[in-house]
Design a protein. Structure first.
Length: 452
């Protein structure tokens, strides 16, 4: 594709190039133009797109590309793009632009659009109101189906979706919802009030945007109505916006679970210094917290030195405990994000993880005991591996896995209860805690069983 465009561009076959570019899907077009390193060439290719395709493509660009294009646009070109994009997309663009660009954007929009953009921007960043669009089809309950179609034809061109239509009263209160499918299958004389669904599921403007996105997924809606505190319909959240939110939230959770401060900037566009700033805080915290493990080793070094073979199993025990805790924490964090569990379920979660931990610990303990006695002692001839040593190591595995499972399942739940992101309590953080507990259990059992 890119080679063909380059060939047409180099040979100045502009008419053919324009037709070819406008046949490409706008999402693919955005990715393609972002790979063009020559800024003048990129702008030239963008200007060959039709107004509609240009607007759709522009929305898909990253912030840097949008900023560069806006700087190159004339006021007329900028106005044409802004006229074609939806209000929520315009608000998203403004949020990422520097003040000078924002002033120019607002200067080239009409007063009605500016008012709508400002209405979205006033909502908290992570709220449903911040991702909604005010461009929806609204009907009145006393309309006939014929009246409804007339209104859809008259106003639908500028709406983000026309399939789902919302019924409001004179004060814009949301009282019902219907679909174009329902209208198509009804007679022209039928009244909207008789067709609409009155049990409308909606989201408040101040609800978390992740909650709104989850609701869209739960109910399989194409759009979710957003109402204010007085149940007045102020906007809708469409499924494409919900997918973006889910993707952003999942990316953020993955970064937190890997002990990285979240960032919206793509990896290749993040500088080395910025990457360092995002990673170093947690690395410092985890390094300092790991000194607890070192302190435990220092405190009991005489006991461990009296039977040096015990030291060889410390890395294995710590890794096993950390892995076990990580499994539980990731599972619970995911369940919390999907709304499958809550604080009230903590006893059920602990009881389940205790049983899982016991079975896993018993299985690994038996395998470890057999390996130490049959392979290490008999095959390798390591006489230091005695029955007591193997028993101490194997019992430690059983107990540390049960402890790790309990810690891994409870910390994320408590974190969410007190207002922290559960993803913070993921593998790196839990591993540090489990490491310390594993050492204490190991040394305690070794002292009891081996008498050191």
């Amino acid at each position: 594709m890119k080679e063909h465009i380059d060939a047409l561009y180099e040979n100045r076959k502009l008419s053919e190039l324009k037709d070819y570019l406008n046949d490409i899907n706008f999402a693919d077009m955005a990715l393609l133009l972002e790979t063009v390193t020559d800024e003048r060439k990129r702008i030239f290719l963008f200007r060959l797109l039709t107004k509609e395709n240009a607007a759709d493509t522009f929305v898909e660009f990253d912030g840097d590309t949008q900023e560069n294009l806006i700087k190159a646009f004339s006021d007329n070109e900028l106005r044409e793009v802004l006229d074609e994009i939806y209000i929520d997309d315009a608000a998203d663009i403004i949020e990422e632009m520097p003040a000078s660009i924002v002033k120019r954007i607002l200067k080239n929009t009409d007063s009605e659009t500016r008012e709508a953009i400002n209405a979205i921007l006033k909502y908290p960043e992570d709220s449903a109101g911040s991702i909604m669009t005010p461009e929806f089809v609204d009907l009145k309950k006393d309309m006939t189906v014929e009246d409804a179609f007339k209104r859809i034809r008259r106003t639908g061109l500028d709406k983000e979706t026309i399939y789902t239509c919302y019924v409001t009263d004179a004060s814009r209160h949301l009282i019902g919802v219907t679909t174009v499918k329902e209208l198509l299958l009804s007679d022209y004389e039928d009244i909207i009030e008789d067709l609409m669904e009155t049990n409308v599921i909606s989201i408040n403007t101040l609800d978390d945007r992740e909650t709104a996105s989850s609701a869209l997924s739960k109910y399989d809606f194409l759009a979710m109505p957003v109402v204010d505190m007085e149940n007045r319909l102020v906007g809708i959240i469409t499924v494409d916006d919900a997918i973006d939110v889910i993707q952003e939230e999942n990316t953020e959770d993955i970064q937190k679970m890997a002990a990285i401060v979240p960032t919206d900037t793509p990896y290749l566009k993040t500088s080395v210094f910025e990457t360092w700033k995002k990673r170093i805080p947690w690395l410092l915290l985890l390094m300092i917290s790991a000194t607890i493990t070192s302190q435990i080793l220092t405190t009991f070094e005489n006991k461990l030195a009296s039977l040096s073979v015990l030291i060889a199993f410390i890395p294995m025990l710590m890794d096993t405990g950390g892995n076990s805790g990580g499994q539980s924490s990731v599972t619970i964090i995911r369940s919390l994000s999907l709304g499958e569990i809550d604080l009230k379920d903590i006893l059920k979660v602990i009881w389940k993880e205790v049983r899982v931990g016991f079975i896993c610990g018993l299985s690994l303990g038996i395998v470890c005991f057999a390996k130490l006695m049959l392979f290490d002692r008999i095959v390798l001839g390591n006489s230091e591996i005695t029955f007591a040593v193997a028993l101490a190591v194997s019992l430690t595995i059983l107990l540390e896995i049960m402890a790790a499972k309990i810690i891994g399942c409870t910390l994320p739940i408590f974190a969410k209860k007190i207002g922290f992101d559960p993803a913070v309590m993921a593998s790196p953080f839990i591993t540090t805690i489990v490491d310390a507990i594993s050492l204490l259990v190991y040394i305690g059992l070794a002292s009891l069983i081996l008498g050191i």
